[in-house]
Design a protein around this ligand. Structure first.
Ligand code: NAD
Ligand code: DAU
Length: 372
């Protein structure tokens, strides 16, 4: 029971998905439409929101993309009253740690205040529903493993009982939103579900994040910036596995419960970058030395969490979910996707994207790191 297809028996399901034009949200919307779920997609279309992620849904009357902010109370109330969704799935967020270091306010506005406003408006509408509808309604808040803080090598992986200890403005803002979601369940009985997932990879990820950044820089022969010594560890999960987990939690998760989601794929950043280089060497050979010669160690991220690791035995045991993509084959497919989708790549590398590269990397001196 790993896929959206399990939801096909539900009559005329409808979901309000927020942030559904971003990386994970768009993957979720595409799967939801394949499963016959009507989707109202509320997205502010920030630099990270891209309608081209949903181009395959052009002309689909059961996908309605609405440009707007989760913090816009009137708009959210109107969408709830008009479409009466069976669930709200909240992906909308500012999502990049480095940007949260440069401009924390934007993270407080959307992740903290926006989520709190969304919860309040949904709660008021939910309370007006007849009992049989209210009982079936779900609010799923999509969160991150970063709220648990940082691990050292050998530490046990994060469980759902690990105390929150966020270190970056991004993870602190996500932690605040998680607490609000839990509080709305405890205080008002709103049927909230919470998921905390590890690092996602896959098609359509905005190239500010490590894997697409490295792919695109390598294709242009630019330096591949590795923070510090590249020894930090992340647990990687294919975006489709994340979306399938969310569908399972929505379908059968216990109200008020949180579920960790992870890929059983811990890798150091240097291992990930080297793996991308090896795939590119195979697909677009560069000659002597290969793409790994482009690896450049740069000044570390301030407050850089050393390691994340997820214990996802709860969702595996209770809901029968487990990841189906192996990291190595999933990464190869991802690299191939970026090679095959040059118009998408050219579109997202706008002037605003180039400005971000100048802000984030312009000031980072080359550092004496490890061995490329
Ligand atoms: P993303 O940055 O690619 O997309 C975020 C989307 O939210 C964009 O489409 C953006 O336009 C929209 N948005 C931003 N502010 C908004 C607002 N105020 N109102 C409406 N829409 C708004 O992010 P992503 O990587 O797809 O992450 C989606 C969610 O999953 C986030 O909540 C993130 O914290 C969480 N998450 C991400 C990862 C990961 O590895 N990327 C892992 C775990 C959890
Ligand atoms: O763990 C889940 C989180 O994963 C999500 O909540 C976030 O939304 C998502 O952005 C991601 O956060 P990270 O900070 O782990 O992802 P990022 O791709 O930015 O960085 C991955 C690792 O690579 C991290 O240790 C920092 C490092 N890095 C990143 C960039 C952009 C580099 O070494 N060089 C880089 O240029």
């Amino acid at each position: 029971m790993n896929s959206f297809s399990d939801q096909k028996d539900v009559p005329a399901p409808c979901q309000l998905v927020t942030g559904g034009a971003g990386f994970i949200g768009s993957a979720y919307v595409l799967e939801a439409r394949r499963a016959g779920i009507r989707v109202i997609n509320l997205d502010k279309l920030t630099y990270a929101g891209n309608p081209a992620n949903l181009s395959s849904l052009a002309g689909d009357p059961d996908h309605i993309l609405v440009r707007g902010d989760i913090g816009n109370e009137e708009l959210v109330a109107f969408l709830l009253q008009t479409h009466a969704p069976d669930a709200v799935v909240n992906f909308a967020a500012e999502s990049h740690v480095d940007r949260s270091i440069v401009d924390p306010d934007a993270f407080v506005r959307t992740n903290v205040l926006g989520t709190a406003s969304l919860l309040r408006v949904v709660k008021d509408w939910w309370r007006s529903l007849p009992a049989h509808r209210a009982e079936k309604f779900r609010f799923l808040h999509v969160s991150t493993d970063e709220v648990y803080g940082a691990l050292q090598p050998g530490d046990p992986a994060f469980t759902e009982a690990t105390p929150y200890s966020p270190n970056s403005p991004y993870s602190a803002s996500k932690a605040a939103s998680d607490h609000m979601a839990r509080a709305f369940h405890e205080t008002y009985g709103l049927p909230v579900l919470l998921t905390n997932c590890s690092n996602n990879y896959g098609p359509r990820q905005f190239p500010e994040k490590l894997i697409p950044l490295v792919i695109l820089n390598a294709l242009e022969g630019k330096p591949l910036p590795v923070y510090g010594k590249g020894a930090n560890i992340r647990d990687w999960l294919h975006v489709e596995d994340h979306c399938a987990a969310i569908a399972r939690v929505l379908e059968s998760g216990a109200v008020g419960r949180c579920y960790n989601i992870g890929g059983h794929a811990e890798r150091t950043n240097l291992e990930v970058v080297r793996a991308v280089c090896a795939i590119l060497d195979e697909l677009v050979p560069l000659g002597q030395g290969g793409h790994a010669d482009l690896i450049t160690f740069v000044t570390d991220r301030p407050g850089h969490d050393f390691r994340y690791a997820i214990d996802c035995s709860r969702i595996e045991k209770e809901l029968g979910w487990k990841p189906v993509h192996a990291f190595e084959s999933g990464l190869k497919e991802t690299v191939a996707w970026y090679l095959a989708n040059r118009p998408w790549v050219d579109h997202v590398r706008s002037g605003a994207y180039r400005d971000w590269l100048a802000v984030n990397y312009g000031q980072r001196a080359a550092a004496t790191g490890g061995t490329p």
